[in-house]
Design a protein around this ligand. Sequence first.
Ligand SMILES: Cc1cc2nc3c(=O)[nH]c(=O)nc-3n(C[C@H](O)[C@H](O)[C@H](O)COP(=O)(O)OP(=O)(O)OC[C@H]3O[C@@H](n4cnc5c(N)ncnc54)[C@H](O)[C@@H]3O)c2cc1C
Ligand SMILES: *[C@@H]1O[C@H](CO)[C@@H](O)[C@H](O)[C@H]1NC(C)=O
Ligand SMILES: *[C@@H]1O[C@H](CO)[C@@H](O)[C@H](O)[C@H]1NC(C)=O
Length: 603
Amino acid sequence: MSQLSSVHVGVVVIALMCYYMIFSNKSQKDNITELVADEYDYVIVGGGSAGSVLAARLSEDKETNVLLIEAGEFYDVNPLVSVPLNYLDLQNTTLDWKFYTEPQTASCLGLREQRSFWPRGRVLGGTSVLYGLQYTRGSRYDFDEWAASGCEGWSYKEVLPYFLKSEDMLIDELKSSNYHNTGGPMGVSGGEITEMSDLYLKAGQELGYEIIDYNGKDQEGFSKVQISVRNGVRESTGLAYLGRIGRRPNLDIALNTMATMIEINDKRATGVTYIRNGVKSSVKARKEVIISAGVVNSAKLLMLSGIGPREHLGSLSIPVKVDLPVGDNLQDHQMLLLFSSVNRSLTLTDSLVNSFWTKLQYNVFGKGPKSIAGTDGSAFYYVDEKKRGKSSAEIQTILISKYTDNNYFNIKEEIAEEYLAKNGDVEGFTFIVSVTRPKSTGTIRLRSRDPFDYPIIDPKYLTDQYDIDTFIGGIRVWEKYINTPTMLSIGANDEGMKLSFCLQYTFKSDEYWECIVRHLAFTVYHHSGTCKMGLINDPTTVVDPQLKVKGIKGLRVVDTSVFPSVTSGNTNAPVIMMAEKIADKIRGIDSVKVIRDNLPKDV
Ligand SMILES: Cc1cc2nc3c(=O)[nH]c(=O)nc-3n(C[C@H](O)[C@H](O)[C@H](O)COP(=O)(O)OP(=O)(O)OC[C@H]3O[C@@H](n4cnc5c(N)ncnc54)[C@H](O)[C@@H]3O)c2cc1C
Ligand SMILES: *[C@@H]1O[C@H](CO)[C@@H](O)[C@H](O)[C@H]1NC(C)=O
Ligand SMILES: *[C@@H]1O[C@H](CO)[C@@H](O)[C@H](O)[C@H]1NC(C)=O
C-alpha cells in the first residue's frame, strides 16, 4: 500500500513538472500591451489564424512597428485549449463568438430553429484556438482555379513554398518529402492513436483506393491524419507565431479590444476606431490597416465603415465610401456524420479517455487518446470519376474514432435523442462526408449600425442540386466502406443511420438520403468568400490579388473571407499560407527563394 502511494506521488510530481514545462505560458505574454500608442506603421484588426501570422512576420522588420488589435483574451484562460481531444468543449464558452445562421429552408431541418451554430474563436489565435486541428492544404486544382479566375500569384506552384515556410513536419517518414518542410512555426504531428487508424486504411484499400499523403502530389485516396499538434499540445497561431518570439519592442498586442470602424479619409484608410474597457479611442496607421477579423466580422467591419453594397448600406443610412459586393459569395462546407458501432474495444470511449492511464500518458508524455482531436483517418475521393485529374476530389471524409454522443451541433432534442449515441461508452466510429466544392452560396448582411450587433448570416445551404447529389454519392461510398471485409470483421453496420424522421422513404434510397442530408448536414466550419479576391474589373470581387480593397488606399483584408472559392479541405493551413505570402508582399521580400528552388520539378 505505502509502496503504491509513493509510486503515485512520484508520478504526480513528474506529471506536474511536465505540465509546467509544456503548458506554462508566462513568457508568451511578452508583447501584450496595456498602452496603445496613437500611431503605428501597420494596424492589424483580428489576431486569429491569419492576423497572428501577419503580426509576427511584419514585426520581424525591426524598423517597422505593428499594432495587433484582438477582441478576445489570451489563449491560456482555458487550460482545455492545449488538449487536442477537448476542442469541442471550447465551443459556446467565452472564447467563442457563437454565431448562428438564419433559419435555413433547404437544409438544417433537424436543427433547432433550422439554424446552424457557427463557433468562431474570440481569443488571441482566433479560430485556430477552437479548431479541429486537421492539417490540410487543399488540392492543386483549388489554387490553379484561383489563379485562372484572375488571382495572379496564387497558383499551386506559387503558394506551395508558403505552405512549406509555415510547416515544421514532425512525422519522421514525411520529413524528407519534397512536399513537406521542417523548421517552420507550425508543428505537424501524426495520429495513429487508435487501432482503427490501420483498419481505416485497410478498408480503403479494399475499396480500391491508394494510401497516400493528402498534402502531397495527389489528394485522392486514404491517409493517416496530419494534425497541428506539437508534443501533444494544440498549435494555434497565437502560440506558434506569437507565443515563442519573445519581446519585440516594435510589436504591441492589445487584447479585449474591439475595432468598430475603419477610418477612411479621401479614399485612404488612415486608422481604426476601437473600444477598450468601454472607452472609445482611435489609432492611426501610417502605412496600412489590415483587416483579419474573420469571414463574418471582416465583412461586417467593412460594411460598417461604408465599404459594401450601395443599396444595403443605404438602407441603414451608412454613407457609401465604395460600392463593393462585400458579404456576397459566402461559401462553406457541410458535413454529414455517418455513425457505425463496432463490436470490439477499438475506439475512444469515455471510459478509455477518462482512465488513469490515458491521463498519465498525456500529462507525462503528451501522447495517447488526448493528443489527437479524435480524428484518426482521412480520405478524399470523386463521385464523378471523370473529374479525376481535372479538378479536386469531390468528397472529403474525416474518420473519427468515436461514436458522437454530445450535441455540439444545435440538433433538435428529439432528433439528437435518436441520432447521437446514448452515452460516451458506445464503441463506434464516425465517417464524415463533406462536399468539397459545393455550389450553393449565401450572404452576410448587417443587422443594424450597432457594432456589437451580430450580422445576418444566410449560407443558403443545399439550394443547388449538385450539393445534394454529391452528398448522396459520398454516402454510397460509405455504404460500400462499411461492407468491406475489414469493416465487417469488426461489426460495422448501418443501423445507426436508420432514423425514423426519414423512414417515410425506403431506407437507403436516394430520397431517404436526401431527407437525411437536408435534416442533418451542418457546417464543418470552413466559411469563406465574403470579400472575394480577383481581377479589379470583375464586379464580383472586393479585393485584388494583393488583397487590397478596391477603391481604397492603404487597406487590405487577409483571412478566409478573401478566398474566391473554398478550398477542397479544411481552411486553417490555407489561410496561414495566405498570410505568410502576403506578409512577404507587404515587406517587399522573397523569403522563400531557397524553398522554391528545391521544389520537386514536376510540381
Ligand atoms: C469547431 C471548428 C473546427 C475546425 N476544424 C478545422 C480543422 O480541423 N482544420 C482546419 O484547417 N480548419 C478547421 N476549422 C476552420 C479554421 O479554424 C478557420 O478557417 C480559420 O481559423 C479561420 O481563420 P481566419 O484568420 O480567417 O479567422 P479567425 O481565426 O476567426 O480570426 C479572426 C480574429 O479576429 C478577431 N476579431 C473579430 N472581429 C474583431 C473586431 N471587430 N475587433 C478586433 N478583433 C476582432 C476574432 O476574435 C478572431 O481572433 C475549424 C473551425 C471551427 C470553428
Ligand atoms: C450554448 O449555450 C446556451 C446557454 O447555455 C444554450 O442555450 C445553447 O443552446 C448552447 N448552444 C449550443 C449550440 O449548444
Ligand atoms: C463482430 O461481428 C462480426 C460480423 O458479424 C463477427 O464475425 C465477429 O465475430 C464479431 N466479433 C465479436 C468480438 O463479437
